[in-house]
Design a protein around this ligand. Structure first.
Ligand code: F0G
Length: 449
């Protein structure tokens, strides 16, 4: 990888700093705002056409790399490293062959909603089972290259699982802060399995962030939450992969779940850079869906105030149980710039949507299902038209939170809507003989059309 210098640009003031001048909490001390990575060819640098990577040549190069056996070519993030020159030496990339995730069609759901084109980009098919791997490979590689021994994050579970895994690969020590009691077991177990120091704090995600921010200010520990702009560089690559998988035909609308609100921002950056560099001729609308119990951006959007009001978050979609999202300004800009929308989905809507995605043979974790729940509402409100080509971003694997799924099927989630009933498949506990099994099977056959 030829090293192209990059800078960090404050999204509030537009001021630029050298990468190693950034404060440990990744906020501009003057404005309190976050940074984004800016390259010499970025749109914000003006019209430096001669510096722009050439789209046609890169498309070929990226296709060729698919046949390579080099780990960084086999990675669905570093394969696009020409658009993320953040390392001095590409041999420092820490990769688990992330990315390369499938783009599935959802035929039954599309029919139900009257859509011709509905796809799911399943980021839960990453090595640790969530989209976080795409951003962790980039940001943790930066930490390793800069010689850090310790990395840290506050997490609702997926970031910590990804960070623990990549830290272990790189031989770094990891410390994870997670809210006690409000985390899915699959995620908690991963962090321990990969050898991180796992700390369950008696607070929520927002409380974990607060304490960790103080600790990284005073210790040589590299912060890997999504305030770290290198996380977003990796998380922009699914935008490239979606376009590549669609033979460079841009979808009309991409719908993402919103928690700390980095992911929608990262995809927006990805699509916008592709357009600026001439890979695609337009940027899709990007809509963000929050859980109704953790909806500060939705509230900001519907009231259009200047400031975001944090909420006390509560939802069984624990991945997005976040009341004070760090990247809200970046996400709001992407939604507004692309013509997307912000919606919310209540607990019933999330549960039904998750069951519908499961019934397609794909499955996802509850936080991912807000995308389908939100799509239904966007169709009703006219923010999505039935003729649009829609891509849902599924962020986590169904096995991340099996307890939620079991509770749904056993009717323990208190989903009180009629749409849930046809999807419920509670396990049958039967006497171990043929006749009792046959009776159950016949009843099922009589019930199905
Ligand atoms: N979906 C899943 C499965 C997540 O784990 C998260 C965030 C999101 C969606 C929302 O993404 O924060 O970029 O808006 N999980 C965090 C974590 C915050 O700690 O794992 P976002």
């Amino acid at each position: 990888m030829s090293f192209v210098s990059h800078q960090l640009r404050c999204i509030g003031s537009g001021e630029r700093i050298a990468p190693d001048a950034v404060s440990s909490d990744f906020r501009d001390p003057a404005t309190g705002e976050l940074y984004e990575v800016e390259y010499p060819w970025s749109e914000t640098r003006g019209d430096a056409a001669s510096l722009r990577p050439k789209a046609q040549a890169l498309r070929h190069l990226w296709a060729e790399r698919r046949d390579s056996t080099l780990p960084i070519d086999a990675s669905g993030v570093w394969r696009y490293r020409d658009l993320l020159p953040i390392l001095k030496d590409e041999n420092n990339a820490v990769t688990l062959r992330e990315g390369n995730t499938p783009l599935y069609d959802l035929p039954r759901t599309a029919k139900l909603l009257g859509l011709d084109f509905l796809l799911a980009k399943h980021q839960g098919m990453n090595p640790t089972g969530s989209f976080k791997d795409t951003g962790m490979t980039t940001a943790l590689s930066v930490a390793a290259e800069r010689g850090y021994k310790w990395v840290a994050c506050a997490s609702t579970g997926n970031t910590s699982a990804a960070m623990a895994a990549y830290a272990a690969r790189a031989g770094l020590r990891a410390i994870v802060f997670i809210p006690e009691g409000k985390i899915a077991w699959g995620k908690l177990s991963q962090s321990m399995d990969y050898g991180a120091l796992t700390v369950q704090l008696k607070t929520d995600f927002d409380g974990c962030v607060k304490l960790l921010t103080k600790i990284v200010r005073e210790n040589p520990i590299y912060l890997l939450n999504s305030v770290n702009p290198y996380r977003l560089e990796g998380q922009k690559t699914p935008a490239i992969e979606i376009c590549e998988q669609l033979d460079w035909q841009v979808p009309d609308h991409v719908i993402v779940p919103g928690g700390n609100l980095a992911n929608g921002s990262a995809l927006g950056k990805g699509f916008t850079e592709l357009k600026h560099l001439g890979f695609i001729d337009r940027v899709p609308k990007i809509s963000v869906i929050q859980a109704a119990g953790a909806n500060p951006l939705f509230q900001w959007f519907t009231n259009a105030e200047k400031q975001l009001h944090p909420v006390t978050a509560d939802t069984r979609a624990t991945a997005i149980r976040i009341g004070n999202p760090a990247s809200w300004r970046k996400a709001a800009r992407v939604i507004e710039a692309t013509g997307g929308w912000c919606e919310q989905a209540d607990e019933n809507e999330i549960a039904v949507a998750k069951a519908q995605i499961g019934a397609e043979g794909i499955g996802c974790e509850p936080a991912s299902a807000v995308t389908l729940a939100g799509l239904k509402k966007l169709l009703k409100s006219g923010h999505v038209q039935t003729g649009e080509r829609v891509v849902l971003l599924l962020t986590g694997h169904t096995l991340k939170d099996p307890e939620y799924t079991i509770d749904f099927h056993k009717d323990l989630l208190a989903t009180d809507v009629a749409e849930a009933a046809p999807y419920r498949r509670p396990p049958l506990i039967l006497d171990s003989n043929e006749s009792s099994v046959m009776r159950a099977l016949e009843a099922e056959m009589a019930g199905s059309v």
